[in-house]
Design a protein. Structure first.
Length: 575
RNA sequence: CGGGGUGUAGCGCAGUUUGGUAGCGCAUCUGGUUUGGGACCAGAGGGUCGCGGGUUCAAAUCCUGCCACCCCGACCA
């Protein structure tokens, strides 16, 4: 490819909308452009990278025995109604109708559609197990698209679905996908971690997330250096030791606490640690209000709470001030489990049962109750764990302190069980001629998100540093001065030689000054740069690796091809 | 959806407070000089100032409604 022919609009300045490195660099390197919020176009260089990531995913999926198909992005509402997700998915689903007012959506995921694909044709145990996948565009109307390709409303995903006779088969398929994902993310050169996740709207079995570790990640993972425990902060079980408590239950007493509405205020007012309080948080869940009582020094885990009360995320939010006033008869900040409006269900974190003589809101403005005790003063539904994990909490597996880090979820695997086969009646006949439900799993890789994640993990102050396996081109040949015949001719000769040898090479034949070409080469991040400059007269060129631009190696023209091959092979390409 | 902010040329921005002929840098085009780290000189093109309504002799600027985009929060590949 010649750069003069390539549509590669690089930018000197960072577009003001881009905040994080991958978004800024993808824009500046002329790889993507925004169409509208959360929707991007891929330009030639970005498209090449995307296709390479797709190809690695495809190869490993094929190697695992999964078969590629391609389903429509547009899906009829009927299937989603069968599984109840037409309502459960909520406003994140892009919905539309046809001219006859028939309802459709743009697929945010494809469990229903794949289940439908196989339910009429898979009838026998002899057809199982089976695993199908596609690499296709997904649509989710995110509340807040951001960070370029990391949270977009349209994105490329590889989604796979496994179909098995029984739970053991599903577990086996799950493990195979886990292994395939390990191979995929290893080949992509990612630093990643496999963590336990919350299944959310997908199903109720186990799930794991593959998380590319980086500072700008939106996932928080807690993990243990001493054992293999790793989980998202939503999922991680918390172990919260409760300090020794007073032996005797004291008498419940109402005290004036003027303008003391937060835990911080209470600590000062009573001169006590936050662990002597129980905070009561009110939530609007669908059409009802629930209260969660948790130790004052800890934070509520909304995911665990939603799971406990069985509502979907879009039906759940912190109660607004008006609701709080209605159910507590007090200003915000004085809610407590004693004397709360009867309509409010009270959920209590188990740790509260170990606490004695604690302070709670009195459901009266500027008043608190002291010496409250569970059982004697109030009761509720006890939940084992409603708390969010914190650095320094002990590992639930081995008891050592936990560490936390951020990352981007680039893959996930879910055990679906029979959720969708039940809803859509996907069954087969077993050896005894008996009808059985198919056991399913679903497995996603965010392909476009992986592209952004690779950049987050591979860039420097000059630009992107592509791993050779996904670089848009392997080598850029840069004649320093195209008006110099020797340089131009030598560069052309090298370009032809490398191209003929199967190297993906791009020739920077633009009539630009050297600075512009070198800056662009570093911005885009070609793994190898061959600059043809002063040495051209003696048949010498400069060989530079993008990951080590300081190190410039003067080599003879005759040695270039061998050197390029050697380096690319070292970086995992087979030439 | 809540909170904050921004919309002026392809990109980055000034101008809005105090209404009066729409500007700067980069990019683009022409000619010339230059060629190892985002050149220089001379010239040129490009904007219904997000959209609608209002106030005014006069609106990028004031008022008002809407829209889009970005950031912080809760969700996900």
């Amino acid at each position: 490819m010649r750069m003069t022919k390539l549509y590669m609009p690089t930018l000197r300045e960072v577009p003001s909308e881009a905040e994080i490195p991958s978004h800024q660099l993808l824009m500046r390197a002329g790889m993507i452009r925004k169409l509208v919020s959360g929707v991007y176009s891929y330009l030639p260089l970005g498209h090449r990278v995307l296709k390479k990531v797709e190809q690695i995913v495809r190869e490993e999926m094929d190697a695992s025995g999964s078969q590629e198909v391609l389903m429509s992005a547009i899906q009829p509402s009927e299937l989603w109604k069968e599984s109840n997700r037409w309502d459960d998915f909520g406003p994140e689903m892009f919905r539309l109708h046809d001219r006859n007012e028939r309802e459709f959506c743009l697929g945010p995921t494809h469990e229903e559609i794949f289940t439908d694909l196989i339910r009429y044709e898979v009838n026998s145990y002899k057809q199982l197990p089976m695993n199908l996948y596609q690499i296709q565009t997904k649509y989710r109307d995110e509340k807040r698209p951001r960070f370029g390709l990391i949270r977009s409303r349209e994105f490329i995903m590889k989604d796979a679905y496994s179909f098995d006779q029984d739970e053991a088969g599903m577990m086996n398929a799950y493990q195979e996908m886990w292994d395939a994902y390990d191979r995929i993310f290893t080949r992509l050169g990612m630093k990643y971690r496999v963590v336990e996740g919350d299944a959310g709207a997908m199903g109720n079995g186990d799930s794991h997330e593959f998380t590319a570790m980086c500072e700008v990640g939106e996932s928080n993972v807690a993990y243990c250096d001493a054992c293999d425990f790793a989980a998202t902060d939503e999922k991680a079980e918390t172990i919260v030791p409760i300090a020794a408590q007073e032996a005797e239950e004291k008498e419940l007493e109402k005290v004036d606490t003027p303008d003391v509405g937060t835990i911080e205020d209470l600590k000062k007012f009573f001169d006590m640690g936050a662990d002597r309080f129980v905070k009561t948080l009110l939530f609007q869940a669908k059409d009802r209000v629930v209260a969660a009582c948790i130790p004052g020094h800890r934070e509520i885990n909304e995911t665990k709470l939603m799971n406990a009360i069985g509502v979907a995320e879009h039906e759940f939010e912190m109660a607004d001030a008006e609701t709080v006033k209605r159910v507590t008869n007090a200003e915000v900040g004085f809610a407590g489990p004693v004397g709360l409006d009867k309509e409010v269900e009270i959920l209590v974190d188990r740790r509260v049962l170990e606490m004695k003589n604690f302070v709670i809101g009195a459901n009266e403005t500027d008043r608190h109750l002291i010496n409250a005790n569970y059982g004697r003063d109030f009761e509720g539904r006890v939940i084992d764990d409603l708390l969010v994990v914190r650095v320094g909490d002990v590992c639930p597996k081995c008891g050592k302190p936990l560490v936390m880090d951020r990352g981007i979820e680039v893959g996930n695997i879910f055990q679906l069980g029979t959720k969708y086969s039940t809803a859509l009646s996907a069954t087969y006949l077993d050896q005894n001629g008996k009808k059985q439900l198919i056991w399913m799993g679903s497995y996603g890789v965010g392909v476009s998100r992986s592209v952004a994640s690779i950049i987050e993990q591979n860039h420097d102050e000059h630009g992107i540093v592509w791993p050779a396996v996904v670089a848009p081109f392997h080598v850029v040949v840069t004649p320093i001065n195209v008006k110099n015949d020797e340089q131009r001719e030598l560069a052309e000769a090298l370009y032809e030689e490398l191209k003929a040898a199967g190297v993906e090479v791009i020739l920077d034949d633009r009539k630009e000054r050297p600075g512009v070409k070198l800056k662009d080469a570093e911005l885009i991040g070609f793994p190898i740069r061959i600059a043809v400059g002063r040495g051209a007269a003696e048949g010498k060129v400069e060989f530079v690796l993008r990951k080590d631009v300081k190190n410039k190696d003067e080599i003879a023209q005759a040695d270039v091809l061998a050197r390029v091959k050697e380096e690319l092979n070292k970086q995992g390409l087979n030439l």
